[in-house]
Ligand binder design. Structure first.
Ligand code: ATP
Ligand code: MG
Length: 383
């Protein structure tokens, strides 16, 4: 989103005698000439004032945040705040909205995320963020160890920003992450997963994987330890999200139940992992039983694990030429078979149909009604 689209918010706040600045990621991204996903504004105005001045919703009143939804933008406007007494390594117990802009940036995570910018693009830097942005460094604001103890998500956020920006993590910050890596077990899995998914979209994910291992943070990520170590020593290209998780879980031997994946993803990883563990060469039957997506995923992972060559285009072609993609493609229906026998419908029928599909896919039978029915007749007479 373009910063200018939110300029009216800063202007209106100022006309009403409040201070207001762009802050955080959007300032960082603007200086790096990168596209920002969202815009944050920080202001001396209290949530009540913001709600009065704009079409807006109280999206996080507890934290002083109001979301302005006006002129086709959604912008989070947060009152300057100080925080104290963090509970369970996650969120502050006390939010103090009587703070200055300087105090507000000091509660933020990394120096490159602690820059303020006014509507004329002047920068206000109380944390040394400009230099770190120039030097491409991720550095905790304040005393790293304290900042990670306040909020353990910051451990993973450091890795995410590395993956997104390709910056180095500053030495003391890195050391603190290493010493406090076990803090992430205090986080609910949803938040870890969310951060991992962001990390996996970064152009520099391989750098982040190296840091995850270097700090032992990878040992706190259920089922990912062996995978991350394998990637660091064997792979030098970025992985798709599904490939990453399937590869890790294959080396781990199963999909850990702790990860809060959607059912679609969980099933995908489980099925692909089964193919990988069986070192299965993708055949017509595999494609019929698992579909194209899972088969391709399994092949990719087996390729990275040096089990099989990469055969994506061959697999796609095989899929396109598949005689039978679903049971309805079989030229014989259950009702055709029932006409040949006095037997009542039952599981035998389903099994027989499955067998026919299998034989057609393995080219032992043609998908031809007569040929299939004569096979069925023989089979029924045997018993
Ligand atoms: P992204 O490009 O992913 O949006 P961002 O830096 O904008 O990165 P957000 O999660 O959108 O990150 O948060 C906006 C700003 O809020 C950050 O730049 C930082 O200043 C502050 N912030 C967010 N999360 C934390 C946290 N856990 N601890 C301290 N400050 C944080
Ligand atoms: Mg942001």
């Amino acid at each position: 989103m373009e910063l200018n689209k939110a300029r009216f918010i800063i202007e209106r706040l100022k006309q009403n005698n409040f201070e207001a600045y762009y802050v955080g990621g959007c300032v960082r991204d603007h200086l790096l000439k990168m596209q920002s996903n969202d815009i944050d504004i920080t202001t001396s105005a209290k949530p009540r004032d913001v709600l009065n001045l704009f079409k807006s919703v109280p999206s996080g009143l507890k934290y002083g945040t109001v979301t302005v939804i006006e002129n086709n933008v959604r912008v989070e406007v947060t009152t300057y705040r100080k925080e104290a007494n963090y509970e369970d390594y996650r969120r502050p117990e006390e939010i103090n909205l009587e703070a200055s802009k300087e105090e507000d940036v000091k509660r933020r995570d990394f120096t490159i995320n602690g820059l303020l910018m006014d509507e004329h693009y002047n920068i206000y830097d109380y944390v040394g963020g400009m230099k770190d942005l120039d030097d491409k460094i991720i550095r905790a604001i304040g005393i790293p160890k304290e900042r990670f103890n306040e909020d353990a998500l910051r451990l993973l956020r450091a890795m995410y920003f590395q993956s997104k920006l390709g910056f180095e993590i500053e030495e003391r910050t890195l050391k603190a992450i290493k010493e406090h890596s076990d803090l992430i077990k205090h986080l609910p899995n949803e938040r870890i997963l969310n951060e991992m998914l962001k990390l996996l979209k970064g152009d520099y994910q391989l750098m982040a994987f190296k840091s995850l291992e270097l700090t032992n943070l990878h040992k706190q990520l259920d089922g990912l330890e062996k995978g991350i170590e394998y990637i660091n020593s064997h792979i030098n290209e970025n992985l798709y999200t599904d490939t990453f998780f399937t590869l890790c879980f294959s080396l781990h031997g199963k999909v850990p139940s702790s990860w809060k994946f959607s059912n679609v993803h969980k099933n995908r990883y489980k099925k692909a992992l089964n193919l990988v563990l069986k070192k299965e060469e993708i055949s017509e039957l595999t494609l019929y039983e698992n579909g194209l997506e899972i088969s391709v995923l399994a092949n990719r992972v087996m390729f990275y694990l040096n089990i099989r060559p990469l055969e994506i285009s061959k697999i796609k072609e095989m899929y396109n030429n598949l005689e039978i993609k679903s049971m309805t493609d079989l030229k014989v229906k259950g009702s055709d078979i029932l006409k040949l026998t006095n037997k009542k419908q039952g599981s035998w029928l389903r099994e027989l149909l499955d067998e026919l599909v299998k034989k057609v896919l393995m080219k032992e039978l043609k998908n031809d009604k007569e040929e299939l029915l004569s096979y069925v007749r023989e089979k029924l007479n045997e018993k």
